[in-house]
Design a protein around this ligand. Structure first.
Ligand code: ATP
Length: 252
């Protein structure tokens, strides 16, 4: 089994964000989590990553939990968080070398992987020698993605990986995710970019009102391709969308 989530519950003050969510993500899946703004996708991913402590519930990754195997679990996990925290005083290359050291990658192996990932994502090699503080949002995102994947984690969690990427970089990321997926790994992604989700997802989860309103294969979600993924999502969430709001004042 890849990821097993049992009864995850989280509130911020009086706001109940996640309510007893159960979910199993099997090895080999690329599970894409969808849902409206503020519904709790990042909170859910952060609970899985042990960055937020849930009020209740457990997370097991490859049959290990954080309580008894903290380091073991985290060594086998790669993450891009929504706010993509990097060390901005470092250059892109310094940062990736630092991450490689944290994961104790052998030097030659680290060099090779960093070279390959940076060549993959960056045309302009010079920028890799500049401080991250001066990078654009997309450049920072590419460094964050490279850092998440560098140690070949069995569990790869990417929160909004396509946001801020140009179409070329986004297409490269689609290819990378598709290549990365195999039967020994689990990929979990939160995204609003349905065009890209359609090309990478094996499974879809739709979070709404604290629960998974849909959890299943992408084939089932799109009725074997009869619906586009955005139509399927719209149909699922439309009854709760406020269509009554009058915006006629804009028209003239
Ligand atoms: N640290 C926090 N303190 C208080 N409330 C929080 C905190 N983090 C998140 N929230 C609230 O929890 C809810 C879920 O937020 P979250 O960022 O998980 O949503 P999301 O689905 O990822 O949203 P988006 O699609 O806009 O990124 C929101 O109402 C948010 O305001």
């Amino acid at each position: 089994m890849g990821i097993e989530i049992k009864g995850i519950t989280k509130a911020f003050g009086k706001k109940q964000v996640l309510q007893e969510i159960d979910l199993i993500i099997e090895k080999g899946q690329c599970y894409c989590l969808l849902g409206k703004n503020g519904v709790g996708k990042s909170t859910f991913l952060n609970c899985i990553l042990d960055l937020i402590k849930p009020d209740n519930g457990t997370v097991t990754l490859f049959n290990k939990d954080y309580t008894n195997n903290n380091l073991d679990v985290k060594q086998n996990m790669g993450a891009l968080c929504e706010d993509n925290p990097l060390i901005e005083e470092f250059t892109g290359l310094e940062y990736l070398n630092f991450v490689a050291k944290l994961y104790q990658l052998p030097l030659a192996e680290a060099e090779e992987r960093i070279k390959s990932l940076t060549s993959y994502f960056f045309n302009d090699k010079e920028s890799l020698h500049k401080n991250i503080a001066g990078y654009s949002t997309g450049m920072k995102k590419k460094i964050g993605i490279a850092a998440a994947i560098l140690h070949k984690p069995a569990v790869l969690v990417l929160d909004e990986p396509f946001t801020g990427l140009d179409p070329i970089a986004a297409q490269l990321l689609v290819q990378l995710i598709r290549s990365y997926r195999n039967t020994n790994r689990v990929i979990l992604i939160s995204s609003h970019d349905l065009n890209y989700v359609e090309r990478i997802a094996t499974h879809i989860g739709v979070l709404n009102d604290g629960q998974l309103m849909y959890n299943g294969s992408i084939q089932e979600f799109t009725m074997n391709g009869k619906n586009l993924i955005d139509q399927a999502l719209f149909q699922l969430l439309l009854p709760q969308h406020n269509t009554e709001t009058n915006i006629d004042w804009m028209l003239n």
